[in-house]
Design a binder for this molecule. Structure first.
Ligand code: SF4
Length: 504
């Protein structure tokens, strides 16, 4: 594995990416390419499970998709079905044992699972299941689904999966593979994206067409695949040789799609939750220009994620857009917790100002978020040291005041600078001439949230799931974790799917 350099990256961290193929003889190769396009969603580990129609074949390792899946490895993943996963841990240790997909051979047969999201009641289920004799192989929340699945009395896998998922709470966009079926499932609130696509199947492959499932549509673009639609919140799509079957496995709940996917996580060339991410980010930049105008000479993005919003700010304000900061793309994201000395070094490893553009100018610096404020402060100083006359910071989301419990790696509330400091205090800390955040109303408008179907908990501190029985404690890692009271319901009886439809 290549040696990675550590640097400070003061952002919420992406969660995970999933990709699946049904009905293509190059299933593992396509999954590799799909994961490659989704690499931004997780860089700690990756895995692929393929099916040759009888057996499941697994390869998982720590590192980047490109490093792990060399041609000899892919050659050992035969068959026309596959699922893949790229991981950034939000629950469980950063270790190979927690890499996904998870593969099991249980009373429901051979099954593999890949999960993007975070279960908010996993801790109490784990304790309860262990009390009843279950032996866990990992410490990730996803394994709870596996144990609940195996305990279900349902006769088929879709019923057992519905049983298991009706007992967990939180966020899951889930792919499940058996030797001859692929399931794509989204939690009833739809926190994380999951999209369906298709490709023509090669002649003589035995399949009419190849179905694809991905966290984001950018994975389809790489394969020249056609985007078909989103997997709906609360929907389980079962793909088999008989075609697609849509199962609504849970009672409807108000939708809570993660608004931060549009602000930062998703790639701007993706369409998620029915909306172009690039369009949302440009609209956010335009809103910022209207809400926080300032006289200046240049609009400069903090690359890469600040670029679309900076373009929007420039178009709306008429102030020229310039790439006044250059990002070194050969520095990977890191999961090493760096020492303070390396952190300081790290911002310069990642970004460098273009002095000739910045010197003597009044600069509007556009970024997508401020988490702890440490990196933003260094970037402001870097632009000042490059000769900027003024630095006005503009942020394309509201102040981030609360952690996320739905599949995003966030610092504790105490570490979030906006949880205890006003924008004026933060501006002073950054050393900027002014600071402006886009409003929550403008953010909702930018993602076209006319029905209130987006989660905004990290900006409001108000959570859409019942956290009454939960208490937040500090884990050994220092990250916020959810612990539970003992007020647990028993393992519930089988809940049947509430609606089933077929698609051609
Ligand atoms: Fe997304 Fe924030 Fe909600 Fe988490 S709390 S799902 S990051 S909007």
């Amino acid at each position: 594995m290549k040696q990675k350099l550590a640097f400070a990256d003061d952002h919420f961290h992406d969660e995970c990416g999933v990709f699946g193929v049904f009905g293509h003889p190059e299933a593992a190769n396509l999954t590799y390419l799909g994961l490659y396009a989704l690499q931004h969603r997780g860089q700690e580990s990756a895995g692929i499970v393929s099916s040759d129609g009888t057996e499941l074949h697994l390869h998982r390792a720590m590192g980047d998709v490109e490093e792990i899946f060399q041609p000899p490895v892919l050659a050992k993943l035969p068959g026309s079905l596959a699922i893949g996963h790229t991981r950034y841990s939000t629950a469980g240790d950063k270790a190979l044992l927690n890499a996904q997909p998870i593969m099991i051979d249980c009373n429901k047969g051979k099954v593999a699972l890949g999960h993007n999201g975070n279960l908010t009641n996993a801790a109490e289920w784990r304790r309860k299941l262990e009390h009843r004799g279950s032996i866990f192989q990992t410490n990730s929340d996803t394994e709870v689904i596996v144990h609940l699945l195996a305990r279900s009395q349902a006769r088929n896998l879709s019923g057992a999966l519905g049983d298991a998922l009706n007992q967990v709470e939180g966020a899951y966009s889930l792919l499940v593979l058996t030797p001859d079926e692929l399931y794509a499932v989204r939690d009833p609130r739809g926190f994380r994206p999951l999209v369906l696509g298709k490709l023509p199947a090669p002649a003589n492959s035995g399949f009419a067409e190849a179905w694809l499932v991905a966290s984001e549509t950018c994975a389809f673009d790489l394969l020249n695949a056609q985007y078909v639609r989103e997997i709906e919140p609360g929907e389980m799509v079962r793909i088999s040789k008989s075609g697609l079957e849509s199962i609504h496995f849970a009672p409807e709940k108000p939708h809570q799609q993660c608004i931060f996917e549009h602000v930062y996580f998703a790639r701007p060339d993706s369409i998620i939750f029915g909306r172009s991410v690039s369009d949302s980010r440009e609209a956010l930049g335009r809103a910022l220009a209207r809400e926080h105008p300032v006289e200046a000479d240049l609009v400069v993005p903090v690359p890469d994620s600040g670029v679309p919003a900076a373009v929007g700010y420039s178009l709306e304000s008429g102030i020229p857009f310039r790439m006044g900061l250059i990002r070194n793309h050969y520095i990977g994201r890191t999961f090493i917790e760096p020492s303070q000395a390396i952190r300081n070094f790290g911002v310069k490893l990642k970004l460098n100002p273009v002095r000739g553009l910045i010197e003597g100018k009044r600069v509007i610096l556009v970024d997508d978020s401020i988490v702890r404020g440490t990196t933003s402060r260094k970037i402001v100083r870097m632009v000042q040291e490059a000769g900027a006359k003024e630095v006005h910071v503009r942020i394309s989301c509201p102040p981030t005041i609360s952690p996320c419990y739905y599949g995003v790696d966030t610092p504790t509330r105490e570490e979030l600078i906006a949880s205890a400091s006003s924008p004026e205090e933060i501006c002073k800390y950054l050393g900027a001439n002014s600071l402006g955040y886009v409003s929550l109303q403008a953010l909702r408008r930018a993602v076209q949230d006319t029905q209130g179907t987006f989660c905004t908990s990290c900006y409001t501190g108000s959570y859409p799931t019942d956290l009454v029985q939960l208490e937040v404690r500090e884990g050994a890692s220092g990250k916020s974790m959810i612990d539970s009271s003992d007020n647990l319901s028993d393992i519930s009886p089988t809940e049947k799917p509430v609606a089933v439809e077929r698609e051609s």
